[in-house]
Design a protein around this ligand. Structure first.
Ligand code: NOJ
Length: 534
């Protein structure tokens, strides 16, 4: 019954941060041949789509999100042949490849920007956002970079400022110039022609800005800590005209079979829903609510119900728990809740996107001062702890050899390796109740049960504030009740209004099995259960 769904609706997406997945040539940085070596592992996770953060040539000021050639591969990651081989090997295993498209900005070393910056009358001058200084010689408006400092850099040679909302070396393209979007669509076609299955589009909400580049108003809710939060973001993101650009991007995808466009969309529901368009913009505008949310059962239930109720007709839900920009879930909510969190992500309705390493419960790694590299941390040392993203980007912990099987012993890895003796794939493969085996059992269940994979969702009232429960159902298929204890108290719960009894399909501890009397369900601390009904 799941046959008429597209792969990106049924399948689980797994994000790889390529610098940190597998280093095949012992330079301390992960690469494409490394990913190829690990494809059987990835297949064993029962995932379907793999999104790889940028692998293009880049001076790496923002670790690949500063692209200097959209149609190449950074030698550190390998060659175009490696990419072709990866694609072939993935397709042979029925895995889909999603690349990262970074259309909002290029590197300052991209040929387009080098031309643009060369003179005021260069034909590519207007491909970027250049403005004269303000009357006092300062930046043209009050916009601040997300990574610290102003969002404008003065270019001595031509006497103007250019816009960059991230690092100085990431000048922003001007989508009001009619030549820019066609150039980016050409990039999309290049990769789709190769057989790449889709793109995750970086900061898609930023692609077009207020035409007059007006100042942002003060933000009355500013915490006084993170500088860019001082102003609202109403002129520099989520501009209504952005939908026209996304619409044109989507039209390219629609010329191919089953390609997916995923948008990076940190927005409240009302705005987020617009990024589906009329089924003619993003297939999956990322739903990041769980990433930022207080870990509280009632808060989460409200948020899930609200999101569900606001999804437009025909729009496909999706959920994200972690990524390369946010602290790891096991650090954020505590390792004792990590399995519950994974159970939530993998049993909600919609496509889950999963961050590498969280299947084994990897946690953030404390980065020694001399190894901190991420620009928002380097530029703003006083708030490095909250803004720095190195801790969640450390090498995958494969086994208990020095460097965790990521690089060979003796290699200096680009970021330090976490506590691999305590947490690694190899150990967990051999323990039947490990987090990894929990993950595989759960993904296997999800992929084989239509109700969990593509079925309906309905939350259930529970007389315990710590507990979030919901039903997943589908016609002519097994029905499930998911019960999640988001805290460390035990609860006795009565679900007899739903059914008399149920079978445990999977429990977070991987040992609890059997039939349960639903009028007196004893839910253990930090426990999650997927219960098969009837
Ligand atoms: C969002 C990406 O996820 C992040 O890692 C990057 O720094 C910014 N966009 C700028 O490209």
């Amino acid at each position: 019954m799941t046959n008429h769904y597209q792969w990106w609706q049924k399948g689980i997406i797994y994000q790889i941060y390529p610098r940190s997945f597998q280093d095949s040539n012992n330079d301390g940085v992960g690469d494409l041949p490394g990913i190829i070596q690990r494809l059987d592992y990835l297949k064993s996770l029962n995932i379907e789509g793999i999104w790889i953060s940028p692998i293009y040539p880049s001076p790496m000021h923002d670790f690949g999100y500063d692209v200097s050639d959209y149609k190449g591969i950074h030698p550190m990651f390998g060659t175009m042949d490696d990419l072709d081989r990866l694609l072939k090997e993935m397709h042979a295993r029925d895995l889909k490849l999603i690349l990262d498209l970074v259309p909002n900005h290029t590197s300052d070393e991209h040929a387009w920007f080098i031309e643009s910056r060369s003179s005021r009358d260069n034909p590519k001058r207007d491909w970027y956002i250049w403005r004269d200084p303000a009357a006092d010689g300062g930046p043209p408006n009050n916009w601040l970079s997300f990574f610290g400092g102003p969002a404008w850099t003065f270019d001595e040679k031509t006497g103007q400022y250019y816009l960059h909302q991230f690092v100085t070396q990431q000048p922003e393209l001007n989508y009001r110039n009619p030549e820019v979007l066609p150039a980016m669509l050409d990039v999309i076609r290049f990769w789709l022609d190769k057989g790449v299955d889709g793109f995750r589009v970086d900061v898609i909400t930023l692609l077009i800005k207020d035409e007059q580049l007006r100042d942002e108003p003060l933000n009355p809710d500013w915490d006084g800590i993170v500088p860019f939060g001082k102003y609202k973001l109403i002129r520099r993101q989520n501009h209504p005209e952005v939908h026209d650009i996304i619409h044109q991007m989507r039209a390219v995808f629609d010329k191919y079979d089953e390609r997916v466009i995923v948008g990076e969309t940190y927005l409240p529901n009302e705005d987020l829903m617009k990024y589906y368009g009329n089924d003619d913009e993003c297939h999956l505008p990322f739903n990041f609510q769980l990433i930022n949310m207080e870990w509280d059962a009632q808060t989460i239930r409200k948020a899930v119900d609200a999101y569900e109720s606001m999804l437009p007709e025909g729009a496909w839900a999706n959920w994200v728990l972690g990524n390369h920009d946010k602290h790891r879930i096991a650090t954020r909510i505590g390792i004792e809740q990590a399995r519950v969190a994974n159970m939530l992500l993998l049993t909600l309705r919609g496509t889950p996107t999963f961050y590498y390493g969280e299947e084994i419960g990897m946690v953030d790694v404390k980065i020694p001062l001399d190894m901190i590299q991420d620009p928002p941390a380097v530029n703003q040392p006083e708030i490095a702890d909250t803004q720095g993203r190195d801790p969640e980007r450390t090498p995958m912990q494969w086994d208990n050899s020095p460097n965790a099987g990521f690089s060979e012993e003796g290699v200096k890895t680009w970021l330090p390796v976490g506590d691999y003796k305590k947490c690694n794939v190899k150990n967990q493969e051999s323990v039947s109740t490990s987090m990894l085996n929990f993950f595989k059992t759960l993904t296997n269940l999800r992929q084989n049960e239509p109700a969990l994979c593509v079925g309906d969702y309905q939350s259930v009232d529970v007389k315990a504030d710590d507990v979030f429960a919901y039903l997943r159902t589908a016609p002519h298929a097994n029905h499930f009740l998911v019960v999640l204890n988001l805290a460390s108290d035990e609860h006795a719960l009565d679900f007899s209004q739903i059914a008399k009894q149920a079978n445990i399909a999977i429990a977070t501890d991987m040992t609890r099995t059997g039939t349960i009397d639903l009028s007196n369900l004893k839910l253990h601390p930090n426990e999650g259960l997927v219960l098969q009904l009837g």
